[in-house]
Write a protein that binds this ligand. Structure first.
Ligand code: 5GP
Ligand code: ZN
Length: 110
């Protein structure tokens, strides 16, 4: 999508601090980290969020979730928290599905 900031990152029009990439998934550090480690994991396909996911898109969502394990292993995360804000009232600001992977000493209860 032309006006989507994460699509622009995928296309290389906006730089990112890349952590992991494969055919379907890109992971990069959040620009405003909320924990010692704060990585965003996104599908390369523009999917708005979980609520908007269509039947044919679920395999992509699965690939994104699988890649979170790869990112965690690669970054030596002993434990981590995964969050996907869904919809404006769910705290979603960027309407391209993304999974926050949070880890580190600042991580406490929510
Ligand atoms: P949301 O509130 O939609 O769940 O989270 C969006 C996240 O994207 C926020 O944590 C925000 O800091 C991050 N973000 C927004 N714009 C950029 C950007 O241009 N680059 C990176 N790396 N992160 C961004
Ligand atoms: Zn997008």
């Amino acid at each position: 999508m032309s006006d989507c900031i994460f699509c622009k990152i995928i296309q290389g029009d906006i730089p990112c601090n890349k952590v992991y990439e494969d055919e379907h998934v890109l992971a990069f550090h959040d620009i405003a980290p909320k924990a010692d480690t704060h990585i965003l994991v996104i599908p390369k396909q523009h999917i708005v969020n979980l609520s908007a996911t269509t039947e044919d898109e679920w395999p992509i969502v699965t690939k994104v979730l699988q890649s979170i394990n790869k990112v965690a292993a690669q970054e030596n995360l002993e434990g981590f928290r995964v969050i996907s804000n869904n919809g404006e009232k769910g705290g979603q600001e960027v309407f391209h599905m993304h999974w926050h992977v949070l880890a580190g000493s600042k991580l406490t209860g929510f």
